[in-house]
Design a binder for this molecule. Structure first.
Ligand code: PHE
Length: 498
């Protein structure tokens, strides 16, 4: 709070009300600064209140005459010819010849003094005609300086303006009075409700600053802009959270073949494990550690089977499982989480993840070597295919896709497996939007999950719905070096109609 605001409060405490003009002239302060102080008090809420008494609304009368124009002097002051002439006459008067000889500008001064009837000719002499000169102009200008310009007749004001004795300046005068919460000791207003205030209970007594809905705000926002993909990711995340899902930690792009493939009961000869389809990491070439007891159960399931399965009946290679790669799907993360869930003692769980995956693809308008997967995993006792279809249906309903169909497919790690299709109104056909299934016992049982536990999963890409929502035809306009800044700066934010 400024000193001026504080002084204003003290004056209000004493007098109850004050006008901005009075206040400024008693303190010898610039009126504009006083207005600033009034406005800053206003932002404190009901400490004070004000009303414009003059000058609001920009009417013709919002002009007020202020002060004497610069260098001019009052006519009766000693330096002014006619005033000087009058005071030099004394009671007896002076010889006209003497006046003319001694006084500069004497003709001019004489003319003016005679017109005002201050002096008259008496033979050779000039004598005073009045005992005292009452200079109207001076009185008027004094009134103006006091702020009483209103008392001057309009004609006089116009004349003075023409003679540049006064000038008009625009000024709004405020009538300030005490507000309903008037105080002279203003406490700091809180602009934010913080965690600490809630915890300590301090919020109960805090004095909050009111919102200023009239604030103009900044024309150009200099803040960062979310890329459409990140925008959509935030929305998907919100939907999952609303449905009670927990986010999985996906911060490892480099994964071992073990978690990416073997743990998922994906045979080591599977074409997806080919270098043509998967990026292997050269340095470091192999992973650091794998849970050995679990690895042994995985190996056994692949080679000999178990849990009602005969496995793949092939010699399983540890070296193949130890290879590092860029994860090809977020299901690697799901495998880690399900294994952990089994270790921690199984409880029903719902997990989700949205992050990058990498595939050694031929690049085209709809494929990149790097894209985002959205994945949901639900683990519960006696979960059925019907439940899986329910979970998936609910999820897609939340993103506005109500027409969903399933088509049987094959995944090494799920049985049954289903592709998810949605009816595309624009294209007027069913388009594939995701993949899903119930994880196989060959994947879940080696982790240590009990037989009664069933786990379903589904995955989709983030890029495809983003392209549909933002009307982008080539994925290269969405990701990579060809992305235009305008896409991010100018695109309206597309939101999911939940
Ligand atoms: N991982 C599968 C994919 O890459 C998606 C999926 C996740 C399928 C979970 C079934 C279960 O497309």
């Amino acid at each position: 709070m400024t000193d001026l605001s504080q002084q204003l409060l003290l004056v209000l405490a004493r007098d109850g009300t004050v006008t901005s003009h009075q206040f400024a002239s008693t303190l010898g302060q610039d009126h504009q600064r006083v207005v600033g102080a009034i406005k800053s008090l206003q932002s404190l809420g009901n400490v004070s209140s004000y009303a414009c008494v003059r000058g609001c609304g920009g009417k013709a009368d919002n002009r007020e005459i202020m002060g004497v124009h610069g260098r001019r002097q009052c006519p009766s002051q000693p330096g002014f010819p006619r005033g000087r002439l009058f005071s030099s006459l004394g009671k007896e008067g002076l010889l006209l010849a003497d006046i003319k000889a001694n006084m500069p500008n004497s003709n001019f001064a004489l003319g003016a003094a005679m017109r005002n009837k201050w002096v008259m000719k008496d033979g050779e002499k000039v004598i005073p005609a009045v005992s005292d000169i009452k200079d109207e102009v001076q009185l008027h200008l004094q009134a103006v300086t006091r702020g009483d310009a209103d008392t001057l007749p309009e004609k006089v004001k116009a004349d003075y303006k023409k003679r540049k004795l006064i000038k008009e300046i625009e000024k709004t005068v405020f009538d300030v009075s005490k507000g309903s919460e008037f105080t002279t000791s203003v406490v700091k207003q809180e602009a934010e409700l913080t965690k600490e205030m809630i915890e300590s209970g301090q919020w109960k007594n805090a004095n909050f600053k009111p919102y200023n809905f009239k604030s103009k705000g900044r024309v150009e926002l200099r803040s960062g802009h979310l890329h459409p993909l990140m925008q959509l990711r935030a929305e998907f995340r919100q939907i999952f959270l609303e449905m009670g899902f927990t986010e999985m930690p996906t911060n490892n792009y480099v994964e071992s073949a073990f978690w990416n493939f073997d743990a998922l009961f994906q045979p080591q000869q599977h074409p997806a494990r080919d270098a043509q389809d998967t990026f292997y990491v050269a340095d470091p070439e192999t992973c650091l550690e794998v849970p050995e007891d679990y690895l042994e159960r995985v190996r056994k399931t692949h080679t000999e089977g178990g849990y009602g399965s005969i496995g793949y009946q092939y010699p399983w290679s540890r070296a193949e499982a130890d290879k590092n790669l860029l994860r090809t799907h977020t299901t690697a993360v799901s495998a880690r989480m399900l294994h952990k869930l089994a270790q921690d003692g199984f409880k029903p769980a719902k997990y989700f993840s949205i992050d990058r995956v990498y595939r050694n693809e031929t690049l085209d308008a709809t494929h990149l070597a790097e894209f985002h997967q959205v994945e949901g995993v639900v683990a519960d006792h006696d979960f059925s295919l019907k439940n899986l279809m329910g979970v998936i249906g609910n999820f897609f309903k939340k993103i506005g896709m109500t027409d969903i169909r399933f088509k049987p497919t094959y995944n090494p790690y799920t049985e049954p497996s289903m592709e998810i299709y949605s009816y595309h109104k624009g294209l007027k056909k069913w388009v594939e939007i995701g993949n899903s299934g119930l994880f196989r016992p060959e994947m879940l049982r080696p982790m240590g999950l009990p037989e009664s536990v069933k786990v379903c999963g589904y995955g989709l890409s983030l890029e495809r719905p983003a392209m549909i929502m933002y009307g982008i035809n080539s994925i290269r306009e969405l990701v990579g070096p060809r992305v235009k800044m305008e896409l991010i700066l100018d695109n309206p934010v597309c939101t999911i109609d939940k």
